[in-house]
Design a protein around this ligand. Structure first.
Ligand SMILES: *Cc1c(COP(=O)(O)O)cnc(C)c1O
Length: 531
């Protein structure tokens, strides 16, 4: 266990007394107001920041201790494996819990030392998904921009509430302004705006709720007992949150009609036409079509322009789930991939993915922001009304909400569009290089079109059955993870096991791809796939 100089042993305290487990809390003094009437002797000295500054030294010691412990890990994250590993070989579960089995299994009667807690946090850290590793490529999860960590810390310190303007005067207006700007960048026009949400799932749910409320004018009466079943159409590769939304909206999971994808994982517009007709023949009423910009497994972008045309002709709401791919709008080189997104009625976008903002950070944007007033807004008696601004709590799903906008605005302002563009362009370059390496190996087959920085592939063999390919792909994935060579995830795609690499890490180099593919080649030779 590494002990922090600032915090251990606490000045003026006998190490012996500490070892004896006395209930000292890790600071110079207890938090005790000057007048001495209120008893706070049970609290640690650094328990809260004294608004008159009396415990500033203790607070600084705690924060410095925490930051130095964090940096001890973060500045050496490349030396730790991309995924924590079990100690024993061939452990049943490769996701380690070394030394942390007991954490959280009791509720302590007495408080403990901050230094000791930080040491426990170090154990948890070592058992955490290590997205900072340059060969961590498993999921749409990335390192967070440094400034977004700062934003989160400040947001926690101020502890405002996005529920109402009164409870977050600066941040409410910041969210309103910034989301309007982002909506403009997507081409949604001057009347556009949106609200933030804790993740893309909530953003999708809200977009589909507004779409339903408008289509059925059912704000008060709901859709229970409606003559025609309301249905949403989306590609069979769309994110599960759409299914969840259909279920939550009272449409049932059958209220989401799947549309076929082509061999690139993009929606087949011919099938969209057909599914709309079939749905109507079943007596249903399609009211919304979702286009995905960056599907969760293959990273495919649906033909948004063509889908927009169908939506217009058929009178459907057009939602674009751009949770991942939306970031491409910041790149002049790659924004063309989103062509048609400017015709959306609503967009989901997660800056917590390809825009490198710390989780959670997501939003739903609407072409006509006023639609939230007409088909969504609910006022609460505890929210003070103001003339020129709608409390964000009245137009979002969540009530109390963190000002995630702070770290978003900080990141966009710190990097600028050019910085973000470079991040996106570089990850596309790496994805292209990765895809080439897959294409060069006849015993690997690429499944994704590389519309965004995601490459999916599988192991194939001439004289073996697809069931065996599944086993090959799984074995390769485990081998790379357990040897620490690289971490790819292993999603199921159309019934098959595939490997998925998401190229996001700003510290991934060509040499990391060399290293990963050397490990892949060695394993393939050993298994006789490449012979
Ligand atoms: C990640 C993702 C979501 C869900 O976002 P969460 O933040 O995980 O709730 C929805 N749709 C797509 C396409 C995604 O990639």
């Amino acid at each position: 266990m590494r002990i922090h100089r600032h915090l251990w042993p606490p000045p003026g305290k006998e190490p012996g007394a500490i070892a004896a487990g006395l209930s000292y809390h890790g600071g110079v003094t207890f938090l005790q107001p000057k007048d001495g009437i209120v008893d706070r002797s049970g609290l640690p000295a650094s328990g809260f920041i004294d608004p008159r500054g009396d415990n500033r030294a203790e607070i600084e010691a705690l924060l410095e201790g925490a930051i130095s412990s964090l940096l001890d890990f973060a500045c050496r994250a490349a030396e730790y494996p991309p995924q924590p590993l079990a100690e024993e070989e061939n452990a049943a579960t490769p996701i380690a819990v070394r030394g942390t089995e007991e954490v959280g299994k009791s509720l302590p009667e007495e408080g403990g030392f901050a230094a000791e807690l930080l040491a426990r946090v170090e154990e948890l850290t070592r058992n955490s998904m290590n997205v900072a590793h340059p060969r961590y490529m498993g999921h749409m999860d990335t390192v967070a921009s440094t400034i977004s960590m700062v934003g989160d810390l400040i947001a926690s310190a101020l502890n405002n509430n996005m529920l109402s303007l009164e409870m977050s005067p600066a941040f409410s207006r910041l969210e309103d302004h910034l989301l309007h700007q982002i909506a403009l960048r997507f081409g949604l026009g001057a009347a556009a705006g949106g609200v933030m949400a804790s993740g893309g799932t909530l953003a999708n749910l809200q977009a589909l709720t507004v779409a339903r409320n408008q289509a059925f004018d059912c704000f008060d009466e709901g859709v229970v007992g409606a003559d025609e079943r309301p249905v949403i159409l989306a590609s069979e590769d769309a994110h599960v949150s759409l299914l969840k939304s259909a279920m939550l909206l009272g449409l049932g999971t059958k209220g989401l009609v799947p549309v076929r994808v082509d061999r690139h994982g993009r929606m087949e517009v011919e099938d969209l036409w057909r599914q709309i007709q079939l749905s109507r023949e079943r007596g249903e009423r399609p009211f919304c079509v979702v286009g995905v910009a960056g599907t969760t497994i293959t990273g495919s972008i649906d033909p948004l322009e063509a889908i927009a045309a169908v939506a217009r002709e058929e009178g459907l709401w057009f939602h674009v789930d751009a949770a991942f791919g939306g970031a491409a709008i910041f790149s002049n080189t790659h924004k063309h991939r989103l062509r048609g997104i400017d015709q959306a009625d609503s967009i989901t976008f997660n800056p917590q993915k390809w825009l490198y903002v710390a989780k959670t950070c997501a939003m739903v944007l609407f072409r006509r922001a006023s639609i939230l007033q007409d088909h969504y807004r609910l006022q609460a008696p505890y929210m003070r009304e103001v003339e020129d601004f709608t409390n964000l709590g009245e137009i979002s799903i969540q009530g109390t909400r963190r000002p995630d906008v702070l770290k978003l605005w900080l990141t966009i302002s710190h990097f600028g569009r050019r910085g973000l563009e470079q991040l996106i362009d570089q990850s596309m370059e790496l994805a292209r290089s990765f895809a080439q390496r897959v294409d060069q190996r006849p015993w690997l087959r690429r499944i994704s079109p590389t519309d965004v920085s995601i490459v999916c592939f599988e192991v194939v063999g001439d004289e073996t059955s697809p069931e065996q390919w599944d086993t090959f792909s799984s074995r390769l994935q485990s081998h790379l993870m357990e040897s620490g060579a690289a971490f790819f995830s292993l999603p199921r795609y159309h019934g098959r096991r595939v490997l998925k690499a998401v190229l996001l890490n700003p510290f991934t180099e060509e040499s990391d791809l060399d290293e990963a593919f050397e490990a892949i080649d060695r394993f393939a030779a050993r298994e006789g796939w490449s012979a």
